[in-house]
Design a protein around this ligand. Structure first.
Ligand code: KIV
Ligand code: ZN
Length: 523
């Protein structure tokens, strides 16, 4: 096994985005893809093109605009899926990959697909052959690979490699595997399929975290011969998520003594920035104690630890926080900072913004600059998020005013403006009562916009430090049409931030194309 380079295949925009409420719009996906390229992942799985117009557009746009990583599109072994993926990745040229998958385990064969082994092999080979007509770079995944009979799995691997697959990815689809067993399985495949041993085809793994073992299983697989790992930023993904990219990369780097010679091409200083961007774009917060990227990952509260760190950092800190990008904040901006300074800081933060966007963000910056002494990078990023999530806005918040207290019924008066193409902007006002001022404001918004959303999740956090910190609200709303919709809003006033976030979800809902749910279920 001479090849010690581990290919990092990032599936944040596909498997990560598949978890409820994590959907991102095209601009958000593009921003994440740009940052993944800066992080220097090897492959970006940008979506599942056949699933919806939105997914197709995301893969196509990312294939068109992002240079560096390979851009992959997912497809079932179904002709129209493969055709959609083939067309979507086309702008990436030689850097386009089609990732086809088909379940192989007994339980999936019998109960989900109703197909015998021979038929599975036939369909897998047919899928790979069709994918090869679009690109040389074809990956095949035997879904539920870890629960597939090892000998049948060997047969599938051999056949798809013979049909032209250059990577075979073994998914632990339901997070069933344990490290020792998974290591044995990967070694068995490595030793039984000549193309794996010779390096003609690569073994990849894709581990889910249902038992909290996704990273451990991925690392065990590397020891056994896997040379690609599929993972997501912050470990987001279906159910308990996927293996976390930052944990795999830093385990290989920090414990190079245990993982002799294995290297990734990841620019680790970009890790924290990427984690924050994905968290904001997906609306999925990062657990404080999460390894590498959690707020507390490098916070030492005990006196003994602090004392040790001051004497020698390595006593209690095995990773240098700066190595993964902590502590790189710049001097904050203030209300006196001009447009050019804001534009320069946005560029420094990695955002690619049009002049129009910068003007909109600058206007919001001035608003909060009047209320806050300092505007930190995180504040600015929160304003950018608002701008990115802005759909061709139907409804805007003009004002919200609340009366509340422990002796009165919370009441909110809300004024919204509605813009319609080629029509004059109109203002509408209504009031609502509720269990609290936020509930009252959201009820008024429902009445004005004639939508009825059920709040599934509400998250408020201080974006930066100090009593005048900007509050950012992230909501997940069920409008009864499938996916939960994420909305975000920021303000120094948390009622205003809540109303903005909810309205943002309403606007996204009104603008969202209806998703084809059937294909998503088939994964
Ligand atoms: O978990 C899984 O099996 C997948 C495949 C599509 C690779 O996501
Ligand atoms: Zn998966």
């Amino acid at each position: 096994m001479k090849n010690q380079r581990i290919t990092i295949f990032d599936t944040t925009l596909r498997d990560g985005e598949q978890c409820p409420g994590a959907s991102m719009n095209l601009r958000e996906k593009l921003e994440v893809a740009r940052q993944l390229a800066r992080l220097k992942v090897d492959v970006i799985e940008a979506g599942f093109p056949v699933i919806s117009e939105g997914d197709y557009a995301a893969v196509h746009t990312i294939a068109n605009e992002i240079r560096g990583p390979i851009i992959a599109g997912l497809a079932r072994c179904v002709p129209r899926d493969i055709e959609a993926a083939g067309k979507a990745i086309q702008p990436a040229g030689k850097k386009g990959r089609i990732h086809v998958f088909l379940a192989t385990s007994k339980i999936h064969r019998e109960f989900k697909l109703g197909k015998a082994e021979d038929e599975i092999v036939r369909l897998a080979v047919k899928g790979v052959t069709q994918a090869k007509s679009f690109t040389d770079d074809v990956e095949f995944s035997p879904e539920d690979g870890s629960r597939t009979e090892p000998d049948f799995l060997v047969r599938v691997c051999q056949e798809v490699v013979a049909a032209g697959a250059t990577t075979v990815n073994i998914p632990d689809t339901v997070g069933w595997a344990v490290p020792s067993e998974f290591e044995d399985l990967i070694r068995h495949l490595h030793d039984s399929v000549p193309a794996f041993k010779s390096g003609k085809a690569l073994i990849s793994v894709h581990c889910h975290n249902d038992l909290g073992l996704a990273v451990a299983n991925s690392l065990a697989a590397i020891r056994a011969g896997a040379r690609q790992v599929e993972c997501t930023i912050n470990g987001i993904g279906e159910r308990a998520g996927n293996a976390a990219l930052e944990e795999i990369v830093m385990a290989l780097k920090t414990r190079a003594d245990a993982f002799k010679g294995f290297k990734t091409g990841i620019k680790t200083k970009e890790i924290v920035k990427t984690s924050r961007l994905v968290s904001r774009m997906s609306g999925l917060g990062v657990q404080r104690s999460k390894a590498i990227v959690g707020e507390n990952a490098f916070a030492h509260s005990s006196g003994i630890h602090q004392d040790g760190i001051l004497k020698k950092r390595e006593t209690y800190e095995i990773v240098d926080p700066q190595e993964v990008g902590w502590g790189q904040t710049e001097l904050p901006l203030t209300k006196h900072s001009g447009r050019a300074a804001v534009a320069a800081r946005l560029k420094h933060l990695g955002f690619k913004m049009s002049d129009e966007d910068v003007s909109a963000i600058f206007a919001r910056f001035k608003e909060i600059g009047d209320k806050k002494k300092f505007v930190y990078d995180d504040d600015l990023s929160a304003l950018v998020d608002g701008q990115l999530t802005e759909v061709s806005e139907t409804w805007s918040l003009e004002y919200v005013s609340v009366t509340t207290g422990n002796q009165s019924i919370p009441t909110a008066t809300v004024r919204l403006s509605r813009s319609k193409p080629n029509k004059k902007k109109e203002n509408l006002e209504d009031a609502g009562v509720g269990d609290g001022p936020v509930d009252a404001a959201l009820k008024a918004i429902d009445r004005l916009t004639k939508t009825h959303g059920i709040l599934k999740d509400y998250n408020l956090r201080a974006v930066s430090q100090g009593k005048d910190a900007l509050g950012e609200v992230v909501v997940k709303v069920d409008f009864g049409k499938g996916d939960w919709i994420t909305g975000r809003g920021a303000s120094t006033d948390i009622i205003v931030a809540s109303a903005r976030a909810y309205l943002n979800a309403v606007n996204r809902f009104l603008a969202s194309p209806t998703r084809k749910k059937a294909s998503k279920k088939a994964i």
